[in-house]
Design a protein around this ligand. Structure first.
Ligand SMILES: O=C(O)c1ccc[n+]([C@@H]2O[C@H](COP(=O)([O-])O)[C@@H](O)[C@H]2O)c1
Ligand SMILES: Cc1cc2nc[nH]c2cc1C
Length: 336
């Protein structure tokens, strides 16, 4: 299916007309959950997750057979401001590592039974330094949204989007500050490990960038302060929505990209769940803004979709219980 948008305005319209959860399947899944051989509520949040998943899939007794992890990689002009502990060439080097199977995400995807795709987005042409001008122009952000849109396999039944991009915690912090206010210091963190001086420099960069690029909606902010991998994650999340494929969000950068959708269309993240809370300081605040409760909190701050991939195991387990358990009637167990 070719992408059905070629401007930001067309993409906005798509978000507005996105499908909603299937209310009938949701109700049937709630009924089934009430009949399963366990005290009511004893599986806690796993029950809510399975019912939510069933609603999006449009069937009361779903299964998860084809989860997909997609990593998007991008390079950032803002690295000229000295915002990362690592040099920009690490982005491309890590892409090769992903392709050779040597990164954490290769192991985590395999352990979760998920396929893994890697999309490197024009790494030789970094986005513009957004302390000086817009990171991307409209054609550039649309290209990246389309790359994400086209990367989702149609048979996927659970999607994780992740990223690789030296400098992108600064981009994510600038987006969060632009969308949710507060002070630049509230949204910057150490990323790959900058020291105190580096952290102060990031706050300066974010403050200047947000002052330069005030106004607009979430997609304008994505264009001005984002990066190609952030826009591609947003495009993939929107494509998944159009196919009613539930999405597990990863860390701070992934959540910032998703927030751009939510600030454009308030229900745009209803088909998503937060896989984990990253150790990047501002991730929890960003999740709170989106009213998302993370499934895991393991002090991870890797990116690559790693926290999302880990959480596939939780979703799979929730759905396996929901669809595989016997009812009280089937098992001959006395109800309360
Ligand atoms: O996912 C997260 O919450 C996260 C937190 C800190 C760092 N990262 C990863 O580290 C890179 C960005 O860090 P930095 O310091 O270069 O901005 C990028 O490749 C991300 O995948 C990711
Ligand atoms: C080595 C390395 C691996 C990463 N994976 C995601 N972001 C990363 C940043 C660095 C520096």
């Amino acid at each position: 299916m070719p992408a059905t948008f070629s401007t930001l305005a067309e993409f906005r319209t798509l978000l507005t007309h996105a499908p909603k959860i299937d209310a009938i399947a949701l109700g049937e899944a709630q009924d089934r959950n009430g009949q399963l051989t366990k005290p009511p509520g004893a599986l806690g949040r796993l029950e809510d997750l399975a019912i939510w998943y069933a609603g999006w899939r449009g069937t009361a007794r779903p299964s998860i057979d084809a989860p997909q992890v997609i990593i998007f990689a991008g390079n950032h002009g803002v690295t000229a401001q000295g915002v990362s502990a690592f040099p920009a060439e690490v982005t491309e080097q890590m892409v090769m590592n992903f392709q050779h199977g040597g990164a954490a995400i290769n192991q985590l995807s395999k352990a979760a039974g998920a396929s893994l795709d890697v999309h490197a987005l024009s790494l030789d042409v970094p986005t513009q330094d957004f302390t000086q001008t817009s990171a991307m122009d409209e054609a550039g952000v649309v290209d990246a949204l389309v790359a994400g849109w086209n990367a989702v396999a149609p048979h996927t039944d659970l999607l994780v989007v992740g990223e690789m991009g030296i400098g992108n915690t600064t981009s994510a912090a600038a987006i969060a500050h632009a969308l949710f206010g507060g002070q630049a210091e509230d949204w910057v963190g150490r990323g790959t490990g900058v020291d105190d001086a580096g952290l102060a420099n990031k706050a300066r960069v974010v403050r200047e960038a947000v002052a330069l690029h005030a106004g607009g909606d979430g997609l304008d902010t994505l264009m001005r302060l984002g990066g190609r991998e952030l826009a591609a994650m947003a495009g993939a999340i929107a494509k998944a929505r159009s196919l009613r494929i539930p999405v597990i969000l990863d860390g701070f950068i992934c959540t910032a990209a998703a927030a751009c959708l939510a600030q454009t269309q308030p229900d745009a993240l209803d088909h998503t769940v937060a896989g984990h809370a990253s150790a990047e300081a501002a991730h929890r605040a960003l999740l709170a803004q989106l009213d998302k409760q993370p499934l895991l909190a393991l002090n991870m701050r890797l990116g690559e979709g790693s926290g999302g991939a880990l959480a596939i195991n939780i979703l799979k387990s929730a759905v396996a219980c929901h669809s595989g358990m016997a009812t009280f009637a089937e098992a001959g167990v006395s109800d309360a």
